[in-house]
Design a protein around this ligand. Sequence first.
Ligand code: UD1
Length: 343
Amino acid sequence: MARILVTGGAGYIGSHTVVELMQQGYEVLIVDNLSNSNIDVLDGIEQIVGRRPEFLNVDCCDYVQMDSVFIQHPDIVGVIHFAASKAVGESVQEPLKYYRNNILSLVTLLSLMNEHKVPNIVFSSSCTVYGQPDKEHLPVDETAPLKKALSPYGNTKKINEDIIFDQAHACPQLHATILRYFNPIGAHPSALIGELPNGVPNNLLPFVTQTAAGLRSELKIFGNDYNTPDGSCIRDYIYVVDLAKAHVKAIDRMLNVKDREQVEVFNLGTGRGLSVLEIVNTFMKVTGVNLPYTIVGRREGDIEQVWAEPHKANTVLGWKAETPVEEVLLSAWNWEKKLRNIN
Ligand code: UD1
């Protein structure tokens, strides 16, 4: 069976994707330097799948070590590149860390893929490349204009997309699928793997579940004076397991479908926008847990509203986000309870 190299495969989206790939019969090699993930995730994957993925503790920016990964695994037919630093605030404080990690790792991978004749890459991009789409581009599809990034993190996603297009232009044998994720949330239904935020979470869902678990005294909702029906920001929250399945579809397509563009871009979202208040209220309803919150001022750099037009992914990739948000929020809560030993 074909082997897929998954960089950042011990991370949040990476680990869920490894599970789906293995369950579809792919051999997986995880390369991860564990800078923002935990080796124990391999136990969770093994319990879910019944097999342990191969794992190497290697930094994707290390050309020599990555070269030996490719030399030792001549059966790699495709790469899914998750490995990256992803904290927006930190990227503003330490831009060079982000430009180094996120860009050098992709450049290293693409050079080695060229050298070792590995033709397929799936790249984790983000809806952050659209910034705040103009009204006529909501829901946002893949043809919407890209906007100047609001953070060095966002800029690395944009730059990496450009690097992929330039390299594909120069190397006709390279094929790429760029996946622009909206807001991934939730955890595997087994509660054996899930999100493990480092320190105080920046993202909404981990903050919600940690508050519900009593680790944080209250959730701060950043702004209720936006031009939205209830005044809070709107996002397209997508279940991480649905998102993981899209990666398997992308790999299947790259390996099996001849008639496709050399670089393809897909928005991965549900097509439905939910406000922060809707998430908070639905969370309380499905879990029965009270969630203390206060409304505070807007967070700098936040986008008012964005949600996906996923038609292209639905039709071309044959993939659809189908898990109801109630089930997704419950999966996030079950994972948090498991982490904190709450019954
Ligand atoms: C953020 C990043 C985005 C990145 C994505 C990865 C910013 C500006 N953008 O997206 O580039 O790709 O994470 O998942 O940071 N919220 C609260 N209280 C909180 C936390 C969040 O009200 O304690 C609100 C935010 O204002 C926002 C929504 O919840 O409206 C979602 O926030 P978050 O989970 O941080 O995601 P994004 O800001 O959409």
